[in-house]
Design a protein around this ligand. Sequence first.
Ligand code: UD1
Ligand code: CA
Length: 452
Amino acid sequence: MTARAAVILAAGQGTRMKSDLPKVLHQVGGRPMLDWSIALAESVGCDRIVVVCSANGHAVHKHVEATLGAGAIAIQDPPMGTGHAVRCAEQALEGFEGHVAVLYGDTPFISQGDLETLLDCLEAGHAVGVLGFEAEQPGAYGRLIASPEGGLEAIVEARDATAEQIEINLCNSGVMVGAASDMFSMLSRVKRNELKQEYYLTDLVEIARTDDKTCALHVCPEQDVLGVNSRLELSRAESIFQAKKRDEMMLKGVTLTAPETVFFSHDTTIEPDVIIEPNVVFGLGVTVQSGANVRAFSHLEGATVASGAVIGPFARLRPGAKIGEDCRVGNFVEVKNTVMETGAKANHLSYLGDGEVGAGANIGAGTIFCNYDGFLKYRTKIGQGAFIGSNSALVAPVEIGDGAMVGSGSVITKNVEAGALAVARGTLVSKSGWATRFRDKMAAIKAAKKQG
Ligand code: UD1
Ligand code: CA
C-alpha cells in the first residue's frame, strides 16, 4: 500500500462558538473534535499527520504537541483560504512521497470506510478524490460538477456559482485526497480568488482537469460530514454521536431499556448481555463485562465492572473503581480508586475511596473511608469476608483483617486483626425507669406553673 499522510485544517478562528477554548478542542463523546480527525487518519494508516493551526492557537499547539509531537504543527499565518492552509503543511511533509488526505478539525464523523474508498481512488489512477454528499440545504457549500461518467469536473463555490450551478444538491464536504508531490505542485498554481481574496483548495479539481488528469467523487451520508461552527451544531453533533453509539451498543447485544436517556463516551466498552437502565451516564474509560447490570441514575467514569455485578440505582463510580464479579454497589454509594473483590457488597450510602475490599466483605450503610486529612490521601484495606457495621468511619491508613467485624457506629483509627470484633463508640448506659420518672416530674412542674 502507498504510504499515507493526513493534513488536518484547524486554523479557523471558530468565533461563532463564543468560547475561549479553540473550536477544535470542544468535545464530542468526551473527545476533542480534533482528536476524532486524528483517530480517523490513524485508522486508515496515516503515519504522518500534520495539523494546520493559526498563529495564536496556543491551546491547539499544546494539544497537538502532546498528542502527535511538535513536528505535527504547521502554522498558517495569516489564514488565506483552504488551499493556502494545505500548502502550509508542505514543509512538515517534506520528503513524504505517498497519498495525502485533507481533513478538518471540526468535522468529526467522517467514516473510516468512506475515507478508505476515497484513498483507493488514487490507487486506481485518479489525481484527486473528493468526498461529496447530497445536501438537504446546499446553502453555502461548494457545488460538485460531476461528469456524465460519474467523475468530477469541477468544484464551484456557492458565491461563484451560476444560477444553474447553484441548483445542484451534490456538495463538497471539503475532504480531498491526492498524491503529495502532485497535490503540492498543483496547489502552487492556485490563483487567489478575486471575490474572497482566498486560495481555494477546491481549485485543484479544475487544475487537474486542465492537465488531462481525472478526479474521482465518492458520496457519503450528509450526517457524516456535519461540521461544527456553533454550540448549537456542537449539541447536534453530540446527539448524533449518542444516537449512533446507542444503536451500536444494542446491535452488539446490550440492553438499553430507555436508550435516549443513556449517554456514552467515545471509548465506552460494554459487552453483550449487560442491562443498562434509564438515565445512566458513562464518562471516559468505562468497561462493563457481560452479565453486569447498571441500574437507573448511575454515573460511571474510569471504572471497570465485572460480570454479575449490579451497580446502582443511584451509584457513582469514579476513576480507579474496579468492581469485581457479583459485587453490589447500591444507592448513593461512591467508589473511587478502590478495588472490590468478588462478591463484595456496599449497598447503601457509602464512600469508598482509595481502598481495597476483600472478596465477600459486607460494607454496612453509611460507611465512610476517611481517606484524606486535608493534605494527603491514605488507603483503607478490608479483608475478605469482613463485616463493617453501619455508620462506621474507617480512618485511613487502616486495615481490617479477614473475617473481622466492626461494630456499627465505630470510628476505627487502628488496624483490626483478622477474626476480631472492633467496637469504637460510647458505652451504652441504660437507666431503668429514668424516662418515666423524668416525664412525671416535668409534667407536675408544668401543671403547677399554669395554675399559679
Ligand atoms: C469549504 C470548501 C467548500 C465546502 C466547505 C465544506 C473551499 C474553497 N471551499 O468552504 O467547497 O463545501 O468547505 O465545509 O475549500 N481553514 C483553515 N485555514 C483557512 C481557511 C479555512 O484552516 O485559511 C479551515 C477552517 O478552520 C475550517 C475549514 O478549513 O475548518 C473550512 O473552512 P471554511 O472557511 O469553513 O470553508 P469554506 O471555504 O467556506
Ligand atoms: Ca469560509
